[in-house]
Design a protein around this ligand. Structure first.
Ligand SMILES: Nc1ncnc2c1ncn2[C@@H]1O[C@H](COP(=O)(O)OP(=O)(O)OP(=O)(O)O)[C@@H](O)[C@H]1O
Length: 334
C-alpha cells in the first residue's frame, strides 16, 4: 500500500536492529539497558548503556536482558523493544496506517515469551505483529532462495546462539541451535587470560581482543596486541602483550562446537538437499561470521564450499524486513 512503512525488528541478544520497508536499517544499537536498581527506572538504552557496562555505581546496573539467548528480564526486554520501535517510527515521519511488524526473536525463548514480545510490539503501535525464526530471517537476508524447492544452508553466529538450518520451500527442514557463539568466545578469552596471566579483563576488552586479533586458524604472520586488566595477585592494573596464536588456542573449543553443529545438521539433511548445498555452499551470517578464517576452517572440516554473507551483521534485520513482502504467508501461519 502506498505510504506504508512496515517494520522488521531483529531483537538480538547482542544487537537490536530496526528495518523499515523502503528505508533500510534505521536503528542499530546494542541490546543493553541501564536501570536504577531500587525502582527499576531506565537510565539509558543502547550505546549509552553499553558504555556503562562494568562501570556503574552501586545503584545503577547495566545489563543485557537477553544474554545467552533467553530473556532473563522480560519487562526490560519489552521496554527496550518499544523504545527502539518508537525511535524508528519517530525518525520515519508520519504513517498512513499503523505498521505491520515482523519480530525476530532469539530461538531460546519460550512460546509465552514470544507471545509477550508480540504483545509489546502491538502496545508500541503495531497494527499486528508476527514472529519469525532467526535462521529463516538470516537466510532471506542473505538472499538465499528460501521459497524455492532447493536446499539452502545458513549458519547464523550471533552473540548468544549459533543457529544452523537447512531451508527449502519456505520451511526449515533440519536445524540445530547451540548456546555457543560470540559471547562464549569472549568468555573463553577472559578465562584463558586469567589462567595464563592471572589477569582479570572485562567483557568489552575480551570482545575487542577477539575482533582485533582473534582467528580460527593462526595466520602466517600472527599479530599481537597490548591489553590492560587487573593483576589478580597484586590487585593493581597491569599491561601485557598477547599473541594471535594464544587467542586462536583460547577460541578453539568454541570453534569446534560450531563446526560439530554444522556437521550434525548436515548428517540429518536429506540427500537431495545436501546435493543442493554442495552446489551453492554454506552461508555464514551474524557477527560471529566475521571471525577470521572461520569460513576456511568450516570448509576444511566439512569439504563444503562456505561463503560469508554480505553485511553478515545486518542479514537477520534485512531478512525480517524482506519477509514482510510475504506477510500473507505469516498471517496464515498465525
Ligand atoms: N569482526 C568480528 N569478529 C568476530 N566477532 C565479531 C566481529 N564483529 C562482531 N562480532 C561478534 O558478533 C556478535 C554479535 O553478532 P549479532 O549482532 O549477529 O548477534 P545477535 O543477533 O545480537 O545475537 P543472537 O543471534 O544470539 O540473538 C558479538 O558476539 C560480537 O562480538
Amino acid at each position: 500500500m502506498f505510504g506504508s512503512k512496515d517494520i522488521g525488528i531483529d531483537l538480538g541478544t547482542a544487537n537490536t536492529l530496526v528495518y523499515i520497508k523502503g528505508k533500510g536499517i534505521v536503528v542499530r544499537e546494542p541490546s543493553v539497558v541501564a536501570l536504577r536498581q531500587d525502582n527499576k527506572d531506565i537510565v539509558a538504552v543502547g550505546n549509552e548503556a553499553r558504555n556503562m557496562i562494568g562501570r556503574t555505581p552501586g545503584n545503577i546496573v547495566a545489563l543485557r536482558p537477553m544474554k545467552d539467548g533467553v530473556i532473563a528480564d522480560f519487562e526490560t526486554t519489552s521496554t527496550m523493544m518499544k523504545y527502539y520501535m518508537n525511535q524508528a517510527l519517530k525518525n520515519s515521519g508520519s504513517f498512513s496506517r499503523k505498521p505491520y511488524v515482523m519480530v525476530c526473536v532469539p530461538s531460546g525463548i519460550t512460546s509465552v515469551e514470544r507471545r509477550a514480545v508480540i504483545d509489546a510490539a502491538r502496545q508500541a503501535g503495531a497494527r499486528d505483529a508476527f514472529p519469525i525464526e532467526e535462521p529463516f530471517a538470516a537466510a532471506i537476508g542473505a538472499n538465499l532462495p528460501v521459497w524455492e524447492p532447493t536446499g539452502s544452508m545458513v549458519v547464523d553466529i550471533g552473540g548468544g546462539t549459533t543457529e544452523v538450518a537447512v531451508i527449502s520451500l519456505g520451511g526449515i527442514v533440519t536445524s540445530e541451535s547451540i548456546r555457543v557463539a560470540g559471547d562464549e568466545m569472549d568468555d573463553a578469552i577472559i578465562s584463558y587470560i586469567r589462567k595464563q596471566y592471572n589477569l582479570m579483563i572485562g567483557e568489552r576488552t575480551a570482545e575487542m581482543i577477539k575482533i582485533e586479533i582473534g582467528s580460527a586458524i593462526v595466520s602466517e604472520e600472527p599479530r599481537d596486541m597490548e591489553i590492560r586488566g587487573r593483576d589478580l595477585l597484586t590487585g593493581l592494573p597491569k599491561t601485557i602483550k598477547i599473541s594471535e596464536t594464544e587467542i586462536t588456542k583460547a577460541l578453539s573449543d568454541t570453534v569446534t562446537s560450531i563446526i560439530n553443529s554444522v556437521k550434525s545438521t548436515l548428517e540429518m539433511t536429506p540427500p537431495e538437499l545436501s546435493a543442493d548445498i554442495m552446489d551453492r555452499g554454506i552461508v555464514l551470517t551474524g557477527g560471529g561470521a566475521l571471525l577470521r578464517e572461520l569460513d576456511q576452517i568450516i570448509t576444511r572440516e566439512t569439504a563444503m564450499p562456505v561463503h560469508i554473507a554480505e553485511e553478515p551483521l545486518d542479514c537477520v534485520a534485512i531478512g525480517t524486513g524482506k519477509a514482510l513482502d510475504n506477510i500473507d504467508y505469516f498471517k496464515k501461519q498465525k
